[in-house]
Design a protein. Structure first.
Length: 223
C-alpha cells in the first residue's frame, strides 16, 4: 500500500457501485475488498473474486503522485454508503488523514460537500495490485470458440447503468464486458476436452429451415 495524497474526483459513486458486486467473500480474504489505484492521472476502482474482475475509471481534477490502497470488505462498503449519499456528479476528495497520535496507523480520508469518513486500509499485498497484468493477459487472447459461463455470476453485471458490449474470445480466455469508463472480465468454466458446443447446434436445428411451418410467420409478428 502507498499513502494517498489529496486528489479531487468525480464519478467515484458510479465507479464503486459498478465494482462492488465483484468483491471477494470472506472465503477469499486476500480479495475481500476494493482496490483504489491512482496512476498519477486516473483513479481506478478494482474488485475481483477470481471468477470475475471489474475495473471502473474515475476522473481526477488535479495532479498528484501515484498511490494505491486496498480497503477490506467492511471499509469498502462504508465507502459505498457515504457515496450513496452524494450527488451523482458531486466532487469527492480523497487523501491521507493526518495522524493524531505518534503511533497511529495510516488512514484514508474521503470527503464530500456534506461529510467525511476515515477508512483504515489493509496493509496486505494481494492479487488485485497486479490487475493490469491480468487484464493484459486476457485481452491478448484472440482464440475463438464456445465459452461456458456460470449463470450465478451473471447478475453482477446488472450494476452497470448503461448498455455494455460483451465479447466472447472462447477457449480459456475471459469474456470481456465494456461500457463507458468500465472494463470487466468474466472467467469462463474450463472446457472439457470433448466439448464442442453441441447445445447451440441443437437449438439451431430446432428453429432452422426444418422447423415448424408457422415459425416464420410468428417471427414476423414478434419483430
Amino acid at each position: 500500500m502507498t499513502e494517498p495524497t489529496d486528489i479531487r474526483t468525480t464519478g467515484l459513486r458510479q465507479a464503486v457501485a459498478r465494482v462492488l458486486p465483484h468483491l471477494g467473500t470472506e472465503n477469499v480474504p486476500d480479495l475481500n475488498g476494493l482496490l483504489l489505484d491512482y496512476d498519477g492521472t486516473i483513479l481506478f476502482a478494482v474488485a475481483s473474486d477470481r471468477y470475475t474482475l471489474a475495473v471502473a475509471r474515475v476522473s481526477v481534477h488535479n495532479s498528484s503522485v501515484p498511490w494505491a490502497v486496498f480497503l477490506d470488505g467492511t471499509e469498502a462498503r462504508a465507502l459505498a454508503d457515504i457515496l450513496d449519499r452524494t450527488g451523482f456528479h458531486e466532487e469527492i476528495a480523497i487523501g491521507h488523514r493526518p495522524a493524531r497520535y505518534e503511533d497511529e496507523a495510516p488512514a484514508v480520508r474521503v470527503t464530500s460537500a456534506h461529510e467525511s469518513i476515515d477508512l483504515d486500509p489493509d496493509e496486505r499485498e494481494n492479487d488485485l495490485f497486479q490487475w493490469r497484468a491480468i487484464v493484459r493477459t486476457h485481452l491478448a487472447d484472440s482464440e475463438t470458440g464456445p465459452v461456458l459461463l456460470n449463470p450465478e455470476l451473471l447478475d453482477r453485471w446488472s450494476a452497470l447503468d448503461e448498455p455494455a458490449a460483451v465479447r466472447l474470445p472462447g477457449g480459456h480466455g475471459a469474456v470481456t464486458v465494456t461500457a463507458e469508463r468500465f472494463l470487466g472480465l468474466h472467467m469462463p468454466i474450463r472446457l472439457r476436452p470433448d466439448h464442442r458446443g453441441e447445445e447451440l447446434a441443437w437449438w439451431q436445428s430446432i428453429v432452422g429451415a426444418n422447423g415448424r411451418p408457422d415459425d416464420a410467420g410468428t417471427a414476423r409478428k414478434a419483430g
